[in-house]
Design a protein around this ligand. Structure first.
Ligand SMILES: Cc1cc2nc3c(=O)[nH]c(=O)nc-3n(C[C@H](O)[C@H](O)[C@H](O)COP(=O)(O)OP(=O)(O)OC[C@H]3O[C@@H](n4cnc5c(N)ncnc54)[C@H](O)[C@@H]3O)c2cc1C
Length: 499
């Protein structure tokens, strides 16, 4: 009998738990909503504030007005990497179910055709989620608004932090609101995205000049949405696993099928490539895509559903709130883009936001009354998981931007197999990214390692420093690599299209 009562009590545990902390989250987007949901389910009393006025509505309605000032990137092409899907599967399965109910599908990442017959055991985590970003945000919001212990308040802009500076370490006690007054809390979580003013305000207040590390990505993003035309039953192939695309000398392109026949495409040239800015014109965007071998056949089966959106000012950033082993602030955590961004072409932000939300929830559960240990444990996770990808992105961008600059100037490019990445890492034995890609076309072990790293299921070191990967690459005979040269427009053809 007693056993039954305990079993019932355990199964109903979350709804009987008393609120543990009053938590305010700034930003009701991917990071803020997922963190809010997880914390409310852990028994906390959570308020999520967002400056944008996001009115409720069905998925089509919400997607149609997805462009909003607080998250202008929401309408751009987004890939949902395997890590983010795994977090939804493991921690927010109802959100994943909601997305599936609206047509989002799983795509087990296929190996390249050259090794497909050799890959027998599929990695169950290596699965992408095919969905447009605004739908992911809609699903999180739908689940969040009916979550006990969670209040989502939109149209409420946070203007600053309220601090108690009487102790050795300043303590955040609330946020100031544009509508007036202060919203107090035991803990504040900054999920206000890449333009977060909160950490910048902290740096200024305490003279902590380099709280934020950052570097310009050097690239600009152009995206356009399409839909598969009615009556089309066979779609062209995807050459890049979850997408069709190519990394060309002057720009990258990516075209990814999403839910219910929606497709989103991006063109990413150098920010300095002034002529390429003309892809902002829809007809020019499509003409450039038509010139890209793997993407071209898609244009025959699609019709556009949007204009071309553009976004520049893209930075890689990393914020660490622990310095020389000491927390510089108590009662404030940062999550999602407010903590770190990298070049969006790597497609990492959604997955990091979701993973970070889970880690914040676990750390608060582990040290519920100890803000210092919370700060240090979260910083340790950022150092172990996010910082290596931040460094990796910066190294990759420097190589890519240097190559694109040469192409822009019409200079001869170095062979694909030898970009100077190893020089940047300071490790002469480190393979280059292109070597990894080349080896992954003939070697299932290298492909699997590379795919897990690109999907954020493993760290950069798990692939670059793996002795087997290094050994396989050293044995690589470049003459035998089925390295398809991506076909795209020449500089002369581009000049004609863009003028
Ligand atoms: C062009 C582009 C393409 C991208 N492509 C990909 C991709 O393919 N895959 C991928 O995983 N990621 C991609 N990303 C990154 C991804 O969009 C972000 O990582 C993700 O949206 C981060 O979510 P977030 O909740 O941290 O921040 P955001 O989505 O920026 O949300 C921040 C929220 O905070 C609110 N806010 C801001 N300031 C305040 C304030 N003072 N008071 C109250 N509310 C405030 C805003 O209104 C907004 O709702 C891309 C990014 C860009 C720019």
């Amino acid at each position: 009998m007693l056993g039954n009562i305990q079993a019932i009590a355990r199964s109903a545990e979350p709804s009987y738990r008393l609120p543990m902390s009053r938590i305010v989250i700034v930003g009701a987007s991917i990071a803020g909503l997922s963190t809010g949901l997880l914390l409310a389910r852990a028994g906390h009393e959570v308020v999520v504030l967002d400056g944008d006025d996001v009115s409720p509505g069905g998925p089509d309605e919400v997607i149609a007005r997805a462009f909003r000032p607080g998250a202008p990137h929401a309408v751009h092409a987004h890939a949902f990497l395997a890590r983010g899907r795994a977090v939804l599967r493991d921690r927010l399965p109802d959100v994943l179910d909601k997305l599936r109910g609206e047509g989002a599908t799983d795509l087990p990442l296929p190996p390249p055709p050259s090794i497909a017959s050799q890959v027998v055991d599929r990695d169950p985590d290596l699965v992408f989620l095919m969905v447009r970003r605004p739908l992911a945000e809609w699903a999180l919001r739908e689940v969040a608004v009916s979550q006990l212990g969670l209040e989502v308040r939109t149209g409420e802009r946070v203007t600053g932090l309220s601090l108690d500076e009487s102790g050795a370490v300043p303590r955040v006690t609330g946020v100031t609101l544009r509508s007036g007054g202060v919203q107090t809390a035991d803990l504040i979580i900054d999920a206000s995205g890449r333009r977060s003013s909160i950490v910048r305000e902290l740096s200024q207040t305490f003279g902590l000049a380099s709280l934020v590390q950052s570097e310009d990505c050097g690239m600009v993003y152009f995206s356009r949405a399409y839909r598969v035309r009615s009556g089309i039953s066979t779609l062209p192939p995807l050459n890049r696993g979850f997408a069709a695309g190519a990394l060309l000398p002057r720009f990258g392109t990516l075209l990814a099928p999403c839910e219910n026949g929606h497709v989103i495409a991006a063109i990413t040239p150098l920010a300095a490539d002034v002529a390429m800015k003309n892809v902002r014109t829809p007809a020019v965007f499509d003409t450039v895509l038509r010139k890209v071998g793997p993407v071209s056949p898609w244009l025959d089966v699609l019709e556009p559903t949007s204009d071309v959106y553009s976004m520049g000012g893209l930075q890689s950033t990393l914020i660490r709130l622990v310095r020389d082993g000491r927390a510089i602030i108590h009662g404030l955590h940062v999550v999602g883009d407010a903590c770190s961004t990298t070049n969006p072409t790597y497609g990492r932000g959604l997955s990091w936001a979701l993973a970070h939300a889970g880690v914040i929830t676990d750390v608060i559960a582990q040290y519920p009354d100890d803000l210092d240990r919370q700060a240090k444990a979260l910083d340790a996770w950022i150092a172990a998981e996010i910082e290596p990808f931040y460094q990796d992105a910066i190294a990759g961008d420097r190589v890519r931007v240097a190559m694109m600059n040469r192409a822009l100037l019409g200079q001869e490019l170095a062979p694909a197999m030898s970009p100077p990445q190893s020089k940047l890492s300071g490790d002469p034995g480190r393979p280059t990214f292109m070597q990894l890609v080349a080896a992954s076309l003939t070697d299932t072990y290298v492909w699997h390692r590379l795919a897990r790293y690109q999907s954020l299921l493993a760290t950069p070191s798990d692939v670059y420093d793996d002795p087997i990967v290094r050994q396989r690459i050293s044995q690589l005979d470049s003459a035998e690599i089925p390295f398809p040269a991506p076909t795209g427009p020449t500089n002369e053809e581009l000049a004609k299209i863009l003028n």
